[in-house]
Design a protein around this ligand. Structure first.
Ligand code: HEC
Length: 498
């Protein structure tokens, strides 16, 4: 017994020791920035569910490939004409249709130890562009490069060749991620740097290296121009139809942001962050929360929007010809919030942001016609489409006879999103037979939590007839007194809500 206690306590000590940050400088990525974080739930095989977003009813399907790709899931996604192309970080590219992967047959990038970070196909140039890191064995140097593969329908894939358009040597330092997009004849890319470097000359602030910088590369002249400094780690960049280039960035604790690129900007990392530094609070007034934050002398560009707390934003796309209700909006993925964010901009300002819960860590997004394809860290391809049938019926209420009786409830409850809770009430999808106050809604009253049992016909009937006498102190206020006939009809509908 004593031995067990001894073993346990050494374990405990070890754990404690491991969790104490060595020094306060957070030099490496935290869990949610890496692909193998949070994979602790069972992979879904195939599932379809429906979500009512504010403007559109959606139908969402998840197909899991986790069995085939327990490691290194091909999260990089683009479309070549009407074919979806997925790639893993080693550069293995496949076309995917349904659940069939077909090797794309493209040549590999002829560099050593390649880690592919981003791919984009551009139809006008009939080319696939890639941003990647590689390590040169000869001198152990770390590089980040941008390359182009011109697709030619007449020659077999194996005869095509990658052309390196840009190559930078970070010497012994490894860059953290690289993202690219192409508009017109320019490739825009950002090379990330989670590492801060020396405090008197942080990497992302030092113009003599390419870490933590964004660039534009002219495909016709082959010239690369430095755009902005002070980037941390970007997982999404987008050349918009209006010519602007927007990007998402993973900041330190709360510094996640959405912004756009202009030549000469300094985005601040690691000198100015929007959140707090990991493991540290500060007593002095923070630059971005200071009353003087609009001071013209600040050398740093303000983000258009910062997320507090952080959500780990990933890919960014602009919707065109998807649906008139959403066209022109940006869609952004999020790892930590396991969601899509629909962002409406008006004159470079945020008009509104809508979170659409996906339930997995969304990394890549590709629009193909009227379908959105998402790749997730859980090894799943998620498709998102407008549910035309529900849209045509023009109601967010359940599509079953008498569904409109739930009109009173729809302000506070969702009926189509079983696993999502709103701030107002638990989801009622699958309520019949579910344990009382057992949904993942965070704000159940103690009174409802104290009730034992499941929601059967009797319990639902008495709760809806008189919430306060069923559970004195319950926080639900229906806003009307329902008569027994109405309650019976409502309970009959609730029974059918899967
Ligand atoms: C103003 C907001 C509001 C409206 C309107 C409303 N509810 Fe609720 N509902 C709540 C809240 C809040 C709770 C949690 C109550 C608690 O914890 O005491 C709840 C809980 C419930 C539960 C129990 C859920 C569980 O998981 O245990 C059911 C069933 C329910 N509501 C049904 C209805 C129905 C049916 C209607 C429409 C006739 C309705 N509610 C209208 C806010 C609302």
């Amino acid at each position: 017994m004593q031995q067990i206690i001894f073993l346990l306590s050494t374990r405990l000590l070890l754990c404690v020791a491991l969790f104490i940050p060595v020094g306060v400088q957070a030099q490496s990525a935290v869990c949610w920035e890496s692909a193998d974080c949070g994979l602790n739930h069972q992979p879904v095989q195939f599932s379809t569910y429906k979500i009512d977003s504010t403007l559109l009813p959606l139908s969402i399907s998840k197909t899991s490939y986790a069995k085939h790709y327990s490691q290194n899931f091909p999260a990089l996604i683009t479309a070549i004409q009407d074919r979806l192309l997925l790639s893993d970080s080693s550069g293995n590219m496949s076309f995917i249709e349904g659940d069939t992967f077909t090797d794309a047959g493209f040549p590999s990038i002829l560099k050593k130890n390649v880690t592919l970070r981003d791919i984009k196909y551009k139809e006008k140039l009939d080319s696939l562009f890639a941003c990647f890191h590689y390590q040169d064995d000869a001198d152990n140097s770390h590089h980040t490069a941008v390359a182009r593969l011109q697709i030619s329908k007449n020659s077999p894939g194996s005869q095509m060749k990658w052309t390196v358009l840009y190559d930078t040597n970070h010497k012994e330092i490894q860059a953290d991620n690289c993202v690219l997009d192409v508009t017109g004849h320019k490739v825009y890319f950002i090379i990330g740097s989670l590492k801060e470097g020396p405090s008197d000359r942080p990497y992302a602030q030092d113009k003599d290296n390419s870490l933590g910088k964004s660039f534009s590369l002219d495909i016709q002249t082959g010239k690369t121009k430095l755009l902005a400094t002070g980037h941390r780690m970007s997982l999404g960049i987008l050349g918009r139809t209006n010519g602007q280039v927007w990007f998402t960035e993973n900041g330190e604790r709360g510094g996640d942001k959405l912004s756009f690129l202009e030549s000469g900007q300094n985005h601040g990392w690691p000198l100015k962050v929007a959140g707090t530094r990991y493991f540290r609070f500060s007593k002095s007034t923070h630059a971005s929360s200071s009353k003087n934050h609009k001071e013209e002398s600040s050398p740093f560009s303000e983000a258009v929007y910062s997320w507090l707390p952080s959500i780990a934003p990933s890919a960014l796309i602009e919707l065109t010809d998807f649906h008139p209700q959403w066209d022109g909006d940006l869609l952004m993925g999020s790892l930590k919030a396991q969601s899509l964010y629909r962002i409406r901009l008006v004159d470079n300002r945020i008009h509104s942001i809508e979170q659409i819960h996906i339930g997995q860590r969304v990394r890549g997004i590709q629009q193909m016609g009227k379908t959105l394809f998402l790749t997730t860290d859980e090894g799943t391809v998620v498709t998102v489409e407008v549910d035309e049938r529900r849209l045509n019926s023009m109601t967010a209420l359940p599509d079953i006879p008498g569904g409109s009786l739930l009109g009173l409830c729809v302000n506070c409850h969702s009926f189509t999103q079983p696993d999502v809770t709103s701030a107002f009430g638990p989801s009622l999808a699958g309520i019949f037979g579910r344990g009382i106050a057992l949904h993942n809604f965070a704000y159940f009253s103690d009174s409802l939590k104290k009730k034992a049992g499941v929601w059967d016909e009797a319990a639902l009937t008495s709760y809806l007839l008189d919430p306060q006498s069923f559970a004195p102190g319950t926080t639900m206020k229906i806003g009307a007194k329902l008569n027994p006939d109405e309650v019976k009809k409502i309970v009959d509908i609730l029974k059918k809500l899967k």
